[in-house]
Write a protein of this length. Structure first.
Length: 324
C-alpha cells in the first residue's frame, strides 16, 4: 500500500446521489462514508514491498481494487469481481480527504506533463474508454451519444479519438450541448418533448444514416428507447447510464434487427491507456473542468454539482494549490 496526500478530487453524480438519497440500487449507506473516487495525489509513504513508487511521485488513483484473485481477475475483467473494493461505494470509504491509503498496484505514476487535475479526470475518461471499446468504435464509425453530462462528453472525446467519422449528441441543456461541440461533437440535438422515434429520426437525418453505435449515458427510459430506434440494424447499443431497475423498452425491435445491447460496469485496464493519451496530448480533458473549490467549501461544491451547473466540479485538497 501507499499513503497519499490528496490533491484533486472530482465530484461524480453518484457521490451526489449517495449524499442525497443514501443508496444506489443495492448499495445502501448504513454508516458514515467518505465520498470521492475521481482522484490524484502525491505519494508520501510506501509499504516495504512497493517498488514502482516512491515518496514524491504524483499519481492517479484507480478506485476499484479486487480483494481476491477470482475468475474475473484471471480473465482480466476484474471490474466484475463481486468482492471488489471500490472507493465511495458502501461500505468502502472514498478519497475525498487530505490523506488517503490505497493499494500501490492501483496507483499510476503521472508523467511530468500531465497535471493532477487531468490525473483525477482519468476516472470519468475511463468510462468512455471502456464504453467505446465495448461498443466497437472504429475507423469511420457513426456514433450517437445520448446525454451530454461528463460521461457523455468523455464518450465524445474517446469515440473521436478511436476514429469515429461523425458523432451526434443529445441533451436537454443548450449549454451542455455547446460544451459537447467544444470537445468535438459534430452534431447536437436539443431534446424538448419529442417522442423516442422522433429523436431517432433526427439523429438519422443529421448523420445521413442510422448510427452503427449508440452510447446511452442517461439511464432515462425514453432515451434508452430512442437509442434502440436510432441504432442501425446489426449495430450496437451500449448502456452506460443507470436509471430504475425495471425499464420498458422495444426489445423486439432490437431483436429482429440484430441490434446488440451491451452493458458496462465501470471499467478495467484503462489507466495506462488514458495516461498515454494524456501524455501524448492526443486527448484534451481540460475543458471538462468548469468549477474548482477548496476542500473547506465541499458543501458548496456538492450543491453546485446537484444544481447541474457547469460540467465537472473539482475539489482541491491541497490548500496551497487551487489552480488547474
Amino acid at each position: 500500500e501507499v499513503l497519499l496526500r490528496m490533491h484533486s478530487v472530482g465530484i461524480c453524480g453518484s457521490d451526489v446521489h449517495y449524499w442525497q438519497h443514501g443508496r444506489i440500487g443495492d448499495f445502501v449507506v448504513k454508516d458514515p462514508m467518505v465520498l470521492g473516487h475521481e482522484a490524484s495525489g502525491t505519494v508520501i509513504k510506501v509499504g516495504s514491498e512497493v517498488t514502482h513508487l516512491k515518496p514524491g511521485d504524483r499519481v492517479a488513483i484507480e478506485p476499484g481494487v479486487p480483494r481476491e484473485m477470482d475468475e474475473f481477475c484471471k480473465t482480466g475483467r476484474y471490474n466484475l469481481s463481486p468482492t471488489i473494493f471500490f472507493c465511495a461505494t458502501p461500505p468502502d470509504d472514498g478519497n475525498l480527504c487530505r490523506y488517503y491509503k490505497h493499494s500501490a498496484s492501483y496507483c499510476y505514476k503521472l508523467p511530468d506533463n500531465v497535471t493532477f487535475e487531468e490525473g483525477a479526470l482519468i476516472e470519468p475518461l475511463s468510462v468512455g474508454i471502456h464504453a467505446c471499446k465495448r461498443a466497437g468504435v472504429t475507423l469511420g464509425s457513426k456514433v450517437f451519444v445520448s446525454g451530454s453530462g461528463p460521461i457523455g462528453l468523455v464518450n465524445v472525446l474517446v469515440a473521436k479519438m478511436m476514429g469515429a467519422a461523425a458523432v451526434v449528441i443529445t441533451d436537454l441543456s443548450a449549454s451542455r450541448l455547446q460544451k459537447a461541440k467544444e470537445v468535438g461533437a459534430d452534431f447536437t440535438i436539443q431534446v424538448k418533448n419529442e417522442t423516442p422515434q422522433e429523436v431517432a429520426s433526427k439523429v438519422e437525418s443529421l448523420l445521413g444514416c442510422m448510427p452503427e453505435i449508440t452510447v446511452e449515458c442517461t439511464g432515462v427510459q425514453a432515451c434508452i428507447q430512442a437509442g434502440i430506434y436510432a441504432t442501425h440494424s446489426g449495430g450496437t447499443l451500449v448502456l452506460v447510464g443507470l436509471g430504475p431497475e425495471m425499464v420498458t423498452v422495444p426489445i423486439v425491435n432490437a431483436a429482429v434487427r440484430e441490434v446488440d445491447i451491451r452493458g458496462i460496469f465501470r471499467y478495467c485496464n484503462t489507466w495506462p491507456v488514458a495516461i498515454a493519451l494524456l501524455a501524448s496530448k492526443r486527448i484534451n480533458v481540460k475543458p471538462l473542468v468548469t468549477h474548482r473549490f477548496p476542500l473547506e467549501k465541499a458543501l458548496e461544491a456538492f450543491e453546485t454539482t446537484k444544481r447541474g451547473e457547469g460540467v465537472k466540479v473539482m475539489l482541491k485538497c491541497d490548500p496551497t494549490d487551487l489552480s488547474g
